[in-house]
Design a binder for this molecule. Structure first.
Ligand SMILES: *Cc1c(COP(=O)(O)O)cnc(C)c1O
Length: 230
């Protein structure tokens, strides 16, 4: 495989997103490309920033904080990794959205710290659609109940759902998983729960983001496809 630069990679990924949107009859402005920059140095993030990237995804609190300090302040930081409750306080006022909320206890902690800092935190509920034992995420059948409980908490705003699909050689193999997450969001939306919105779907990574876009993703999380292998 030829070695492209970050600029070429960003263009390529964005072009594929645009094509999938056209095929699906969607507007490409509905899809946000989150550049997953974990383990990559600030220089590489700055390069992506120069080419217009404003949404970055990190999976570790300390790394996110270091990069937050080092990078321009108009960046939207997405916390996409498993979050420990004792670290919530460091990021609630710095992240644009937390994609990985999968328990009431974590949501309560986010709410508590958000109240202290007088901010509102946007979150997504991480759903383990594939039912993989090794993965974090709430079970499909427990998601509605969790959303109902989180809806009662102050200063936390559920915007939608997130899932991490299995690693596959062919992204098509994950189509059912993405479709299932989308249907789950539709079902929860029908419940008309106060303070809940189900507009966002964070799904799709380097190996399967075109399929995720065709199934309704609003946020794709692409690392390797932009910055190269880790
Ligand atoms: C690392 C990571 C990604 C990006 O994975 P790539 O295969 O490199 O695109 C997306 N989502 C989450 C939650 C991750 O941890």
């Amino acid at each position: 495989m030829p070695q492209y630069g970050i600029k070429e990679n960003l263009e390529k990924v964005q072009n594929i997103i645009n094509e999938e949107c056209i095929k699906a009859g969607r507007n490409s402005t509905e899809v946000t490309l989150v550049a997953v920059s974990k383990t990559k140095p600030v220089e590489m993030l700055n390069e992506a920033y120069e080419y217009g990237c404003r949404d970055f995804g990190e999976n570790k609190v300390q790394e996110l904080l270091d990069k937050y300090e080092a990078m321009p302040k108009d960046i939207r930081w997405h916390m996409i990794g498993h979050l420990q409750r004792n670290k919530v306080k460091y990021i609630v006022d710095k992240v644009y959205m937390i994609h990985s909320v999968d328990s009431l206890r974590l949501a309560q902690e986010i709410s508590k710290e958000a109240v202290k800092k007088s901010v509102t935190v946007n979150i997504l509920i991480e759903v383990n659609v594939a039912n993989e034992e090794t993965k974090f995420g709430v079970k499909v059948e427990d998601t509605l109940e969790l959303v109902r409980e989180i809806a009662k908490l102050p200063n936390i705003f559920v915007k939608g759902l997130m899932t991490i699909a299995p690693y596959v050689d062919d992204g098509e193999k994950n189509r059912k998983i993405f479709n299932k997450l989308c249907k789950l969001a539709v079902d929860i939306r029908k419940e008309n729960i106060d303070n809940i919105c189900m507009d966002l779907l964070s799904m799709g990574m380097s190996g399967d983001y075109p399929v995720a876009v065709s199934e309704g993703a609003t946020h794709v999380r692409v690392g390797t496809g932009i910055f190269g292998s880790r």
